[in-house]
Design a protein around this ligand. Structure first.
Ligand code: AHG
Ligand code: MN
Ligand code: MN
Length: 382
């Protein structure tokens, strides 16, 4: 991981609208200064940065910049994000060599949810645990792949934060070279310092202090929020750094894409069927949305976040609470989505307001463009 000095011979300070050479920094090397990176408008307020050879903002630099805007910040949360960045690079590297090394396929085990674990699920889980358990910033972790909370090993300091994660989302897609991801949520332990418990973790999503995801797609990207907007970084494999590519992501108010597995239609209740007919334009009350469903929530969510749309995993007769997990799938993505101007509901209430009662609790979810989520809220609340 590059330090604050980064790999570039030039130092740049990020401002919301553009990059500026940092006045306090001394330039080293002999490369002449380039014009500032060009930022071109994307959907509405969303911006995409086009980097020149030397005008880069590494994720480390950006995290420091954001931390400096919080006068009371201790730097611990930044440390958690740095460690997650390292884990993401290691997982990315492994995912990229899937098909070459003996790392695809089932591991021969099942997780707490009775799902077949892939070798890469276990690799990603282990990588995150090992990258995070000794930093002194966390007091416990929880993973989709582990039934109980993951304690901090003996001999290491306990911090005040809790980390919950889905190490590899969409992992059943890995054998066929479809994008997968990692999702994480950071909460703060209330009360006395010391080892974290399951009870400490059972907090509503609106109490998250940070959340993010990594998508291992045509490029590897990390998108995260600490409540100061949602920002995206693309991994430049040539230098091994995540570079700011999508500052302050804003999702369109209405979207083009509907992402839902309609093989469950026969098991949906009538209000859900009516809702899906509405999105498809079949009741004549709105234009039809286009359907895109990868079967990897991170991928579907990411596409819709940038381009506009709605991802839905409703309850059905077979799965009365749907399939997706509240605390390490829906909450973090809902936090990011809201920061980008979108919304997320379970059909009756805002996802971020759901009070969890179990670590691996499932929830129905409708997440994405605000206008499209509002339709779900209206039609399902009746
Ligand atoms: P995971 O691989 O972490 O278990 O998550 C898989 C999830 C999610 O990524 C995806 O949207 C959904 O399962 C797909 O489920 P269906 O096959 O039921 O549509
Ligand atoms: Mn998942
Ligand atoms: Mn998973």
């Amino acid at each position: 991981m590059g330090g604050p000095g980064g790999l570039s011979p030039f130092a740049f300070r990020f401002s919301p609208a553009r990059f500026l050479p940092c006045p306090g920094c001394t330039q080293v090397g002999t490369i002449p200064p380039e014009p500032p990176a060009v930022i071109t408008p994307r959907a509405e307020e969303s911006l995409v940065v086009r980097h020149t050879a030397t005008s880069v903002v590494t994720i480390d630099r950006f995290i420091i910049d954001q931390e400096s805007r919080q006068p009371k910040a201790s730097g611990e949360l930044s440390g958690i994000l740095y460690d997650l960045v390292v884990a993401a690079k290691m997982i990315s590297n492994k995912v990229r060599s899937a098909g070459l090394a003996d790392i695809i396929g089932a591991a021969g085990t099942e997780n707490i949810q009775g799902e077949v674990q892939q070798k890469l699920d276990l690799f990603a889980n282990d990588t995150i645990v090992k990258a995070m358990d000794h930093g002194g910033r966390l007091c416990a972790m929880a993973s989709e792949e582990e039934a109980d909370i993951i304690p901090i090993p003996q001999g290491f300091k306990h911090g005040k934060y809790l980390l919950l994660f889905d190490p590899l989302d969409g992992s059943s897609n890995i054998d066929v070279n479809v994008p997968v991801g990692t999702i994480f949520s950071v909460l703060k332990k209330e009360g006395e310092p010391g080892p974290g418990t399951t009870r400490d973790m059972l907090q509503s999503g609106h109490r998250q202090v940070a959340a993010g995801y990594v998508i291992y797609g045509s490029s590897t990207m990390m998108v995260y929020t600490t409540g100061q907007g949602a920002h995206g970084f693309t991994l430049d494999p040539s230098i091994g750094e995540f570079l700011l590519s999508h500052p302050n992501i804003k999702t369109p108010e209405h979207g083009r894409y509907l992402s839902v597995n309609d093989a469950y239609e026969q098991h949906w209740e009538e209000p859900v069927r009516a809702l899906m007919r509405r999105y498809r334009g079949l009741d004549g009350k709105r234009d039809a949305m286009n359907v895109r469903y990868v079967g990897s929530m991170v991928s579907d969510f990411h596409r819709n976040l940038l381009g506009g749309g709605l991802f839905a995993y409703p309850a059905n007769a077979k799965n009365p609470l749907g399939k997706l997990r509240l605390m390490y799938e829906c909450n973090p993505l809902a936090f990011i989505c809201e920061q980008a101007g979108g919304a997320a509901t379970d059909g009756t209430q805002r996802i971020l307001d759901v009070q969890p009662t179990e670590l691996h609790q499932r929830t129905p979810v409708f997440i994405g463009s605000r206008g499209d989520v509002a339709i779900a809220q209206e039609m399902l609340a009746r």
